[in-house]
Each structure stands twice: as C-alpha cells, then as structure tokens.
Design a protein around this ligand. Structure first.
Ligand SMILES: [Zn+2]
Ligand SMILES: [Zn+2]
Length: 238
C-alpha cells in the first residue's frame, strides 16, 4: 500500500463509491467525460455531432489565425468534467494529478498528428506568481509533468506570466485577446540556453476555451523562443 492510500482512501472523486486499485474515477464517471471523437475540428479541436467528416476549420475558428498549429483535447467540458477540475484546482486534490496526466496520455495516443513524433518538448501554461501562491500549485504544470514522464518526453517550465490579468471567464472574446497581450514571456535562463530553439512543442493547459491563452503562449515560444512549431493539448475543450 502506498502512503497516499492512507491519506486518500480509494474512492471515486465524483460519485464517492469505493474503488479497487489505484484509480480516482469509477468507470461510469469516466464515461461521463465525453471523449473527443471524429468528427472534430482539425484546427481548434472542437467536437461536432452529426457531421460525417472531420472539419479542417469549424465555423468558430474560420477567421482566426492562431500561433499554434492545432489544438486537441481529451474530452468535452461537461458538468462532471468541470467538477473534477474544480476539485483539483480549488479543493487542491493534488492526488488527482496522476489520473489527469493519464487522460492527457490517452488524448495524445488518440491523435495521429501527435503520435507522429516522439521528440516533443512539453511546456505548461504558467500561472502568475500571485495566483500560484494562492493556489499552491500550477495545475497545468503538474499534469504536464506527469504526462511528459509517462511518455518519456522532455519537460520544461520555460514560460512565465508577467501580467496578473482579470479572470478570463468574465470577458468577451475580443477582450480576452486584448487582456492577454504581453502577459507571457520566456524565462531569461531559457532564452539564454535557447531551450526551445527549433523544437516541436506540446503546450499543456487544463481547459481550452477561446484559445486566447494558448495563442499568446505559442506566439512567445515562436517569436522569442524560436520554436519550430507549437501544438496544444488540453484536458478539456470548453
Ligand atoms: Zn464514480
Ligand atoms: Zn475550430
């Protein structure tokens, strides 16, 4: 028995039924988080029902030009998925890290454009220092680290968030983009070490909503970090 089993008895995080083994979600609750399946938008990762083929661009991102190559998510932002992420972030249920990292691995394996390469550098979207102090940890960093370790990929926290912005959720699409301008930078030591130069990068975040945050991060990685390309992998697609 691991130490964590004493602290957190094995119980489903959502329905609280007892579980055997090293799980944090029961099978029926896992199924409530709707996985991304064809057809989905090849650019922003949005899942569509009823269409027969994958869309190169969906109506939502038709006129958008992101700095990243494409975005892909494990599943949809359902009520259950929202609860799970809220427990993780706000109730600080840090023992969920391993399971959430595994969901990223499943998404990674589902998407041929990701499995096509094995030299990815995994980079999490950073939190502002103030928010991280308040929350104790950066969720994207923890799940990104677990994901990178499981898949033997390089991992680096090369970005820093220099602007403490308003909660994005309260803003319109246009305001979000404006609000985030200049919010991220490469860390000096990674700039000097050219950590991202010519690299293919998987940028990790917990939830993709408008793409504004990951767009800004990808821009910095390409413009100052001289990365070759940036793709986005998130747990959930809002
Ligand atoms: Zn359950
Ligand atoms: Zn789209």
């Amino acid at each position: 028995m691991r130490l964590l089993d004493f602290i957190y008895p094995s119980r489903c995080e959502l329905c609280e039924q007892d579980l055997t083994g090293n799980h944090t979600l029961c099978l029926s609750c896992t199924a409530l988080i709707k996985r991304t399946q064809s057809p989905y938008c090849q650019y922003c990762g949005k899942n569509f029902e009823g269409l027969v083929a994958d869309l190169p661009r969906c109506p939502e991102c038709q006129d958008l030009h992101f700095a990243f190559h494409f975005a892909f998510s494990y599943g949809a932002y359902t009520r259950e998925a929202r609860t799970l992420i809220a427990h993780y972030k706000y109730l600080r249920r840090i023992h969920l890290t391993h399971s959430l990292g595994k969901l990223l691995t499943q998404a990674f394996k589902d998407e041929p454009r990701l499995t096509a390469q094995n030299d990815w550098l995994v980079i999490p979207v950073p939190l502002h220092r103030r928010r991280q102090q308040w929350r104790w940890f950066n969720q994207s960093s923890e799940i990104g680290k677990a994901f990178a370790r499981e898949n033997s990929l390089d991992f680096g926290e090369v970005l820093t968030r220099t602007k403490h912005t308003q909660r994005q959720a309260l803003l319109s699409k246009k305001q979000r983009l404006q609000n985030l301008k200049g919010a991220f930078k490469m860390k000096q030591k990674h700039l000097r070490a050219q950590s991202t130069m010519n690299r293919s990068i998987i940028l990790i975040d917990d939830v993709y909503t408008t793409g504004a945050t990951v767009h800004e991060c990808a821009k910095v990685l390409k413009d100052s970090g001289e990365a070759e390309k940036v793709v986005v992998l998130t747990l959930l697609r809002g």
